[in-house]
Design a protein around this ligand. Structure first.
Ligand code: FDA
Length: 389
């Protein structure tokens, strides 16, 4: 069968691209349903973009690469699309936009756009063989057990990253990139919980608090959650994208609390009060108990010198931890690295050296922060390729 364009992967980027790539588009996916990650995203409500999305919220070997696509299809363009489809939404926090109803509305919206564009969608379809020809590409597919051979002028890689193999993630885009000699930046799990030797935080499992988490590369003011395997929560997921094995991270447990002033004032008004009791007004009691194994938290406030209180506050605002690892691709929300942006046009997402070959979405070495940024990259890069085709 002849098509103008074959898009591999009916996820966020592939669906968006298919809606804008003009006539003669075939979109395939090995899954039984399109947009599975959209469906489960944002706790079922899809954090579909971020009001503050801009190039600074993305990690890439080339920090300028995402600028062009993000500028030509912005968060406002996607919000406009959502509103045209009558999908109600709200801002949760930090500019993160969610559906009031269900993430399935976003999938339904993209499928409506796909239909309007006249694109064809084949599910339960995988690639058996792929060859470049003078006129484009010849691709052998397995469609629900039947062999199909498709000839197309353009081929778009939109099969995402390696995160959550259980949901059908594969390294297909990287393999095809390698087949055409496109470089692939080393991949690693990102937006992922960090782990510690067993039992390290067993007594704290379930405790959550606002922190500032940082290392030499980045810092985030968000919540941190202790789990039976380590630490998680938005602050940890964010910093995980900037963390490397063996490195320390710094936790400020009291980012918004003027604790020294509060302790001094309480020492003045109620010196007989226990220090750990007072600390439990500002920090979760289980955390205070945990920290008392390594910090001098017992005794009466009235017996604490200024020097001791200052040292205590310094320790609480600069707690150094060295994670032993991360939860890996099993739970990572995204994949860092991917098809090297040096090989692609930032305007069209087309490979410089292979005519008609495009790469979009998470498969490319552009990774967003937590908070709707990764979908915005999928929409923007999918649109850029679609319009260029
Ligand atoms: P995506 O993964 O969406 O699509 C790739 C498609 O290719 C899939 O449909 C897959 O089945 C298909 N495919 C893969 N290999 C194939 C093969 N060999 N043959 C055929 N088809 C193949 N981001 C955000 O901005 N806001 C959020 O709320 C969330 N929430 C979230 C929750 C969870 C649990 C996860 C795992 C991830 C998120 N994300 C997110 C990240 C977001 O889902 C992700 O960045 C985008 O879906 C990437 O879009 P792509 O289209 O590039 O890949």
């Amino acid at each position: 069968m002849e098509f103008e364009t074959l898009i591999l992967g009916a996820g966020a980027a592939g669906l968006m691209c298919a809606a804008h790539a003009g006539p003669g588009v075939l979109l395939i996916d090995h899954a039984r349903a399109p947009g599975e990650k959209i469906r489960i995203s944002g706790g079922g409500r899809c954090n579909f973009t971020n009001l503050h999305a801009g190039p600074a919220n993305f990690i890439s070997a080339n920090e300028h690469f995402a600028k062009s696509a993000l500028a030509r299809y912005t968060q406002w363009d996607f919000i406009d699309l959502v509103e045209r489809h009558g999908i109600a939404w709200h801002e949760k926090t930090l500019g993160q936009l969610f559906c009031d109803g269900s993430a399935k509305q976003i999938i339904a919206m993209l499928l409506t756009e796909l239909d309007r564009a006249g694109a064809t969608l084949w599910l339960h379809t995988s690639i058996k063989d792929l060859r470049k020809t003078d006129a484009g590409y010849t691709v052998e597919l397995d469609r629900d057990g039947a062999r199909e051979v498709v000839r197309c002028r353009n081929l778009v890689l939109a099969t995402g990253g390696k995160s959550i193999p259980k949901m059908g993630a594969t390294g297909l885009a990287y393999d095809i990139a390698a087949q055409f000699d496109l470089p692939v930046a080393q991949t690693r799990p990102a937006l992922v919980p960090l782990t510690f030797p067993e039992g390290r935080f067993a007594d704290l499992s379930g405790v959550s608090l606002p922190v500032r988490l940082s290392n030499d590369r980045a810092g985030f003011d968000e919540a941190m959650l202790f789990t039976h395997r380590g630490i998680s929560g938005p602050a940890v997921l964010q910093l995980s994208s900037y963390w490397r094995e063996g490195e320390e991270i710094a936790v400020n447990l009291i980012p918004d609390v003027p604790l020294l002033e509060a302790l001094r004032a309480r020492r003045q008004s109620d010196g007989r009060r226990q220090l750990n009791t007072e600390l439990s007004r500002h920090l979760p009691a289980r955390l205070v108990h945990h920290l008392s194994a390594r910090l001098p938290l017992s005794g009466r406030l009235g017996d604490q010198s200024d020097k001791a209180l200052t040292a205590l506050v310094a320790a609480l605002s600069d707690w150094h931890l060295t994670p032993s690892g991360s939860e890996g691709y099993r739970t990572a929300e995204v994949t860092l690295g991917g098809i090297d942006t040096a090989a692609l046009s930032s305007k069209s997402m087309q490979a410089h050296t292979v005519e008609g070959l495009y790469a979009i979405g998470e498969a490319v070495d552009v990774t967003g922060w937590l908070g709707g940024y990764n979908f915005q990259w999928a929409w923007s890069s999918g649109y850029a390729a679609g319009k260029a085709i």
